[in-house]
Design a protein around this ligand. Structure first.
Ligand code: SAH
Length: 354
């Protein structure tokens, strides 16, 4: 059965070498296959033209070549953002976003199919968690987007559907694979991992020696307001989450990025900007203000632009570095999980047919 075959794209080069030696194959063959998988992004063993057909058959018998299938694509008319809906090998769907910036191309990838964190304003969590994504499935989002757009991707944000710290081992393996110079060789400094604040794993992550940027989804300056927006705040006190961020900075030297989605009347008042300023004052950090993207399942509304600007002005008084996230692809529902959610809604209306 297909599922019982080993996932060849999730092996590190050292593991792949072990596999090859155990099969009685030469070490350099593993390097060649790794190159086909991770540098050239092939989707079939038969594309590996410097590998004998005998070995290609042997590989196909033992290994599964995880590949994502494009289900839908939405291109923004306002900017060059493209949103992809991909089917996993078991037909579950995920979404990924391609964005063009002056400093290079960026891809926002999903780390899980669905999510169990329950953030109130987020579409990705409405149907709960289906399953964790494999390292190969995280990589594939980048490989397929490079192939489909013909563009090179230099930056990755793990900010799509899912909570990366809830899929910890696969996330760390993905980071090793994507940065391996025998594959994509992407700079870890160009990668951002965003978390809603799972304290133990943030601390563990600090110890991995991976210089990625950690983004914390803060969204409120105190526990009460945070609990209203994010159920995870019932489990972890803000104080402990911020201490884990400080620890991450201490260990990696990477400045933390705090994400704050502004929701009208919920977390955008002047006193909340002041409380946030007092909380983060003196930290080597950066605050990203994101006018919340309203989803149809919830009542939340975006803060007015005037409030957003005012919020930034007040924060800057505390000498905090603030940016307002430019809204890319607003016309294609680029907010987390909206495309996947509408696809799943349509599929259930049509009896599950894609
Ligand atoms: N689970 C991780 C990463 C995925 S969400 C996390 O919580 O950080 C990526 C970011 O988008 C988070 O900051 C999340 O809170 C935010 N987000 C989700 N839905 C949003 C929406 N509708 N509008 C604005 N930001 C949203």
């Amino acid at each position: 059965m297909q599922d019982e075959k080993k996932d060849i794209k999730s092996f590190t080069i050292e593991e792949l070498t072990e596999e090859f030696l155990a099969m009685g194959e030469k070490k350099f063959r593993a390097t060649q296959v790794f190159d086909w998988l991770h540098k050239r992004g092939v989707t079939d063993f038969n594309e590996m033209t410097n590998i004998s057909s005998g070995l290609r058959e042997k590989l196909a018998e033992r290994y599964q070549l995880v590949t994502l299938r494009e289900v839908r694509r939405l291109a923004s008319a306002q900017d060059e953002t493209v949103k992809f809906l991909f089917a996993l090998p078991d037909d579950k769907v995920i979404e990924s976003v391609f964005m063009k910036y002056k400093h290079g191309n960026s891809v926002c990838i999903s780390s899980q199919a669905g999510c169990r964190m329950g953030c109130r304003f987020c579409a990705s969590t409405l149907g709960g968690l289906e399953r964790n994504l494999l390292p190969s499935e995280m990589l594939e989002q980048i490989y397929r987007i490079q192939e489909l757009t013909g563009e090179r991707v230099s930056n990755v944000v793990v900010m799509g559907t899912g909570e990366p710290m809830d899929n910890y081992d696969n996330l760390v393996r993905f980071l090793h694979l994507v940065s391996d110079s025998a594959g994509q060789g992407m700079s870890l400094r160009n990668i951002t991992v965003s978390t809603c604040g799972i304290v133990e794993n943030m601390r563990r992550f600090a110890e991995e020696g991976l210089p990625v940027t950690l983004a914390l989804s803060l969204h409120a300056p105190n526990d009460e307001a945070r609990k209203r927006l994010m159920p995870v705040a019932n489990k972890y006190a803000l104080k402990d989450v911020l201490e884990a961020c400080d620890y991450y900075f201490e260990k990696t030297g990477r400045r933390i990025s705090y994400e704050y989605s502004l929701v009208a009347g919920e977390n955008d008042k002047e006193e909340e900007a002041d409380a946030l300023g007092r909380l983060l004052r003196g930290k080597n950090c950066h605050v990203n203000l994101i006018p919340v993207n309203p989803i149809k399942e919830r009542e939340y509304k975006q803060s007015s632009f005037k409030n957003v600007l005012n919020f930034r002005k007040r924060l800057e008084k505390y000498n905090i570095n603030v940016t307002i996230r430019r809204e890319l692809g607003a016309d294609i529902g680029a907010a987390c999980g909206q495309l996947r959610k509408s696809h799943l809604d349509e599929a259930s209306e049509t009896g599950g047919l894609l």
